[in-house]
Write a protein of this length. Structure first.
Length: 450
């Protein structure tokens, strides 16, 4: 995956890179990607870069060269680095007042800013005057390198380790651990210091190979970083690679549809999501547990019929509960809408999960969410032998269309109107739910339950 796709760069974006472990390389690689797309890109720094890095820019100009000269350079070379001076082997960036002028006077498609300094080290905590992020910034990319793992927590290997030691009690000189990187990156006083309130934040874990043990370590660190709702995603990869990003971890929610009347079970005095499954748990409780094992970030159970009983069980398993007041007349779409409206602002995509699909597996949920993380699609459906099933992953960009559907509509009306990515799975658990007593018996039999 390319950097600009991973960070979802839009025209007019003002991007500030902070942290340590690859900011300059990321800025240069991102600028070249955008120019390959036909964009005109301005770049600068609010601190300084080494003078030899200036040769990596196609064109460089003084910040006060004037609008006509900078515009001409953008037209000719498409990627222009702006600086204020060269002193002692360092190139200093544009002054603070320049950014507002540039946005008003120049018509670049994107402005990229190296807004921090780390002395070439792989992980940093900022000093009191760092970083220097322009208030015009719309996207902040905190960078950390996996090269920090196992390095001694000292000044030779880590930038400002004293701040980390003071805040968390890490032992001086001890090897840097995975959770330490996550704690530093997501900390409002360390990795997120100075981030403008309205800016998006997508972190980058650099120097991660495309496969193997370190890729798994990076995945774990990314999930820990996402415990901060301020961070909307974590890109994992190596910016020096031709295809730099392996995956982008983003918060995914699950909407468990459990509001139905269960009419075909009612004759037996039963509600299907409350039927016993295994280990003393109901079907609903089992499904919530499987989603938890799959590390879904936010689980919402939509209730309707027997709402108090179902809601109490859901909350006991740590899920959030929303009541669908239209459950008797609104069909499944009304529950989907209720679930979408209840999602936190940081959730990037939602899984539609049937509340009566007891053989749901963390492995399959993981296949669906990994396809999303790897950029394979934003409407993702598991498929078994060419038949599509559940759970279905739906990116936030489609939620508005679903919420606008008429009462007699269905979620599939939106899904079928857009390209869908199918994930082939190795069993039929994605196809079957429990509607009747016979279904229940068959599903228990397939699960090896008596």
């Amino acid at each position: 995956m390319k950097l600009h796709k991973a960070f979802n760069i839009a025209r007019g974006e003002v991007v500030s890179l902070i942290g340590a472990g690859g900011k300059t390389s990321t800025l240069i690689a991102l600028a070249h990607e955008l120019t390959d797309e036909g964009w005109r890109v301005l770049a600068t720094t609010t601190t300084h870069i080494s003078a030899d890095q200036l040769s990596l820019m196609p064109r460089s100009l003084a910040h006060d060269a004037g609008s006509p000269a900078i515009t001409q350079a953008l037209n000719e070379d498409h990627f222009v680095f702006v600086y204020s001076g060269l002193r002692g082997g360092k190139v200093y960036g544009a002054p603070p007042e320049w950014f507002g002028w540039a946005l008003d006077s120049l018509d670049a498609d994107a402005l990229l800013i190296e807004a921090d300094n780390a002395g070439g080290l792989p992980l940093k905590a900022p000093y009191a005057n760092e970083p220097v992020i322009p208030p015009e910034t719309s996207l902040v990319i905190p960078v950390a390198s996996l090269g920090a793992l196992g390095q001694p927590l000292d000044d030779q290997h880590i930038y400002n380790p004293e701040a980390m030691i003071e805040r968390y009690g890490f032992y001086p000189g001890s090897p840097v651990l995975s959770p330490w990187i996550a704690q530093v990156v997501r900390d409002e006083e360390l990795g997120l210091r100075g981030v403008p309130e309205r800016a998006r934040v997508v972190a980058l874990l650099n120097a991660a190979p495309p496969e193997g043990y370190l890729r798994l370590r990076a995945h774990l660190i990314a999930r820990m970083i996402l415990r901060s709702r301020r961070i909307s995603g974590v890109a994992i990869g190596s910016v020096r690679s031709a295809d730099p990003i392996s995956e982008v971890q983003r918060p995914v929610g699950a909407i468990v549809l459990a509001a139905g009347m269960s009419s075909r079970m009612a004759s037996a005095g039963q509600h299907k999501v409350l039927l016993p499954w295994t280990n003393g748990k109901t079907i609903l409780e089992h499904i919530i547990d499987q989603l938890t094992l799959a590390r879904i970030d936010h689980i919402t159970v939509v209730t309707g019929n027997r709402a108090d009983e179902i809601g109490a069980l859901a909350e006991k398993r740590g899920a959030n509960v929303v009541f669908n007041s239209h459950y008797q007349t609104g069909e499944m779409l009304s529950s989907v809408k209720a679930g979408l409206k209840a999602q936190p602002a940081n959730i990037a995509a939602a899984l539609l999960v049937l509340g009566d699909q007891p053989r749901i597996q963390p492995k399959i949920v993981g296949q669906v969410t990994m396809a999303y993380a790897e950029g394979k699609g934003d409407l993702i459906i598991p498929s078994y032998q060419m038949r599509r099933g559940h759970p279905i992953l739906i990116d936030r960009r489609y939620w508005g269309e679903m919420l606008a559907l008429p009462e007699d509509g269905a979620a599939r009306d939106v899904i079928n109107a857009h390209p869908v990515t199918y994930v082939n799975v190795d069993n039929d658990s994605v196809l079957h739910d429990v509607d009747t007593p016979d279904d229940y018996k068959q599903e228990r039999s397939k699960a090896g339950l008596k």
